[in-house]
Ligand binder design. Sequence first.
Ligand SMILES: [Fe+2]
Length: 190
Amino acid sequence: MQSLTSLLSTYDPLTGEIAGASTVERHLCDLRGCFADSAAFEAALARANPLLYSVAAVAPAQGEGELHYGVGKIMPGKIGDEYYMTKGHLHAWRPAAEFYFGLSGEGVMLLEDEATGESRMLPLRPNSAVYVPGFTAHRTMNVGPTPLTYIGVYPARAGHDYSTIAKANFRCIVVERDGKPVMLERPART
Ligand SMILES: [Fe+2]
């Protein structure tokens, strides 16, 4: 039997912190190429380089059948009309699915089937769970006025493939229209 410290962890649903866990922070400069409005991105970065999101992860064990989880926190804000978002990723082990559970704030998830490119936008908020199937790229946005926090639970062997998204980006973007998030086709680069 594993030690109690690997069997039990505690997280804060408002700050997104997990006691004793390592945390990755992404600032605006780390999201270069993610936002459709590159002029708005450069103008914002010239003014400041704020924290956009953080992810704390718990990885009790490696190997077949094991599970990991992470707590993400995305700050409120926009670049142009596009909400602050995560880089987004596929799982390195493509069949790996994932459950996301909203903790606080109001967000959406953008899912994109890697094979067909079919895109879906789903709400991520308290009392909602989003199932991300395998072979599906996923990105999370904060569409509300307060920090968004959520839990993601995934197979230990899932791994993260950021480079495929970094090269091609998602086919769709999520922007604010009349105060609401709307999914649109990504505009061609000019
Ligand atoms: Fe994931």
